[in-house]
Design a protein around this ligand. Structure first.
Ligand code: ATP
Ligand code: MG
Length: 355
């Protein structure tokens, strides 16, 4: 290669002790990397996008002569610094007279390398632009991105990661509890299962909940699933200090109409259709069409889960943890009673009982 030496594959950090479950997802990422030059792993806040992607990349790295290089973007706020971050991650000095993008293209042109862009959601446009600008001239380069929202680059393969299966969620909780000297027995499984369901089977939330057991005075039955109690005071285990901060990160990236829709949707406790959402959430400030658009955009941002039925209708679901966040917003808007009442009236007026 010309003009510098690339750092060997950066060691990719996995959760201590490895992953619970996720072998199917890691294998799926590996398969997609076999046929697509850009694979984006999406999913709810704290669902484990980074963890499963790093596990898949660690396995795939051997297939890349230049290995895998991790570019962590969660702390990067200024998109103009993105090329500099990539330069730093691949171990190239940033003191050339040419632009960092030119240097990257020149240095990566002949390299068989996997770049991992981790946490792109706040830099979608910049990540999409640089991915296209690199993939086109660098024929052997591949990109694995993690993002709550797809990059929307042509030929992007998107892999949505779902919450953990319940047995894996219980295993993760039990494992994290045992790291704090607390043994979970078969007799505790129903209690742990209830906690995991309450937390949408999100690994981040489960880790934070199990962390409460570090205090000897906390019994399993008194583990709190309230957003405010799901935090890591020492910031030892996770990137986010709290589940509220992890969800707040998505909230910051939403438009005002999406935030308002999210807040109003928090009165739904189960799946709903577009028409249900419009009947409950529409006001002059937020017309029918704005609600419909917000449903699509909130799904793309991994705030809502969408499930297309055999008849083509889309069932939306606001997961419990994101609903709790929305409910707090609605309370702050002093609109909780109004929309709870509209929700009740809408379902009472319908022939089929709803939620
Ligand atoms: N399958 C798993 N087994 C064990 N720990 C996991 C698993 N998945 C995720 N974790 C842990 O849960 C926490 C959240 O995971 P991760 O950071 O990968 O989520 P994320 O989806 O990337 O979050 P964000 O949306 O904030 O980027 C991390 O501490 C991670 O180590
Ligand atoms: Mg992540």
């Amino acid at each position: 290669m010309r003009g510098g030496t690339l750092r060997p594959a950066a060691p990719v950090g996995l959760p201590p002790g490895g992953l619970t479950g996720r072998s199917a997802e890691a294998a799926a990422i590996g398969r997609l990397l076999g046929g697509s030059r850009l694979v984006t792993v999406t999913g709810l806040p704290g669902v484990g996008k980074t963890a499963v992607s790093l596990a898949a990349a660690a396995r795939a790295a051997a297939d890349f002569a230049g290995g895998a290089v991790l570019v962590r973007l969660d702390a990067l706020r200024d998109e103009t610094l993105l090329p500099h971050s990539i330069l730093a991650a691949v171990g190239l000095p940033d003191r050339f007279t040419r632009s960092p993008l030119e240097v990257l293209v020149d240095q990566l042109r002949d390299r068989h390398i996997l770049l991992i862009f981790d946490n792109c959601e706040h830099l979608l446009g910049a990540c999409a632009a640089i991915t296209s600008a690199l993939l086109q001239p660098c024929a052997k380069l591949q990109v694995l991105a993690t993002s709550r929202e797809p990059l929307r680059v042509p030929n992007e393969s998107v892999l949505p990661v779902a919450p953990l299966l319940l047995p894996d969620a219980i295993e993760l909780f039990s494992w994290r509890a045992s790291q704090r000297g607390r043994q979970i027995t078969a007799a505790d499984h129903a209690t742990v299962a209830a906690i995991c369901v309450q937390l949408d089977q999100l690994p981040l939330a489960i880790e934070l909940a199990a962390g409460q057991l570090a205090s000897a005075s906390v019994e399993l039955t008194s583990v709190q699933t309230d957003l405010d109690m799901l935090r890591d005071p020492g910031h030892a285990v996770v990137r986010h200090r709290s589940l509220r901060a992890a969800i707040g990160w998505s909230h910051e990236l939403c438009t005002p109409a999406e935030r308002l829709t999210w807040a109003r949707l928090s009165v739904f406790t189960g799946p709903f259709l577009t028409g249900d959402a419009q009947n409950v959430c529409t006001t002059s400030q937020l017309p029918d069409e704005a609600v419909a658009v917000a449903l699509t955009l909130l799904t793309e941002r991994s705030v809502l889960l969408a499930d297309t039925q055999a008849d083509g209708r889309v069932h939306y679901l606001l997961p419990t943890t994101l609903r709790a966040y929305g409910r707090r917003m609605l309370r702050q808007l002093a609109a909780e009673a109004e929309f709870a009442d509209r929700h009740q009236r809408w379902y009472r007026s319908r022939p089929v009982a709803g939620r």
